[in-house]
Design a protein around this ligand. Structure first.
Ligand SMILES: [Zn+2]
Length: 103
């Protein structure tokens, strides 16, 4: 570890900003037992707490934030742009050939 950018963050990714799931709509989950939880409907975006936009730049006015859900790249309906933006810098370099060339 030789990072000088964020010496107080312990070297973990985005330790300063928790990412929550946000979506334009919500529906009642139909799996499991009642009470059914609200679950995101449609694309799941990543929302940094306190921001007015998603990671991919969508305005979140009127959107539902799922405070109990941390954004994850795992769901098939996770927003690809948000997934990419949420990746640690090291992973982005590994995935993007253009960035890797300049590194
Ligand atoms: Zn998004």
């Amino acid at each position: 570890m030789t990072s000088t950018l964020s010496p107080t963050l312990g070297g973990t990714k985005h330790a300063d900003t928790q990412l929550y799931v946000t979506a334009t709509h919500k529906v009642r989950s139909t799996s499991g037992k009642p009470p059914f939880a609200w679950v995101p409907y449609g694309v799941q975006h990543a929302w940094p707490a306190g921001s007015r936009k998603t990671l991919c730049g969508e305005w979140t006015s009127g959107w539902t934030v799922f405070w109990e859900r941390s954004f994850s790249a795992t769901p098939h309906d996770a927003c690809p742009a948000c997934v990419e933006a949420s990746l640690p810098e090291a992973s982005r370099r590994r995935l993007d050939p253009a960035l890797r060339r300049t590194a």
